[in-house]
Write a protein of this length. Structure first.
Length: 131
């Protein structure tokens, strides 16, 4: 089975210039735990997760007097997220998630974001007997 068979689409994104508050609203409204961060051209340049935001909040504003209301997503995101192609085997994607200790992989084709596959998607497929 390929990643394309299980990936979720469309993918909610946040722009590098969006605030962390914008990201929190999107995460909450869409009931997701991470957002791909895109630049002005739509290229994926990073990822911001609820864990990133909670860690920053717990440690205090990491940029001195900046707070999470005015801090941009680009200041907090994890750059260079792990990606896979739609043609990647689901087992290989699961191994990558395990080794990298992440809960999702973003799916790209020709440097464009086309989907996301999560551990939940894989577990759901196993539970339904698809894998």
């Amino acid at each position: 089975m390929r990643v394309a068979d299980l990936m979720q689409q469309p993918v909610v994104t946040v722009d590098t210039e969006g605030t962390v508050r914008d990201a929190v609203v999107l995460l909450s409204e869409d009931h997701i735990s991470a957002l791909p961060v895109t630049d002005r051209t739509g290229k994926m340049v990073g990822v911001v997760s609820t864990s990133d935001i909670l860690t920053a909040e717990a440690e205090g504003a990491p940029l001195g007097t900046r707070d999470l209301e005015t801090m941009t997503v680009a200041e907090l995101m994890t750059p260079r997220p792990i990606t896979v192609s739609p043609e990647t085997d689901v087992k290989e994607a699961a191994q990558q998630m395990l080794y990298a200790d992440v809960h999702r992989l973003f799916v790209t084709a020709d440097d464009r974001l086309v989907g996301v596959i999560s551990t939940t998607d894989i577990v759901r497929a196993v539970a339904r007997g698809f894998i």
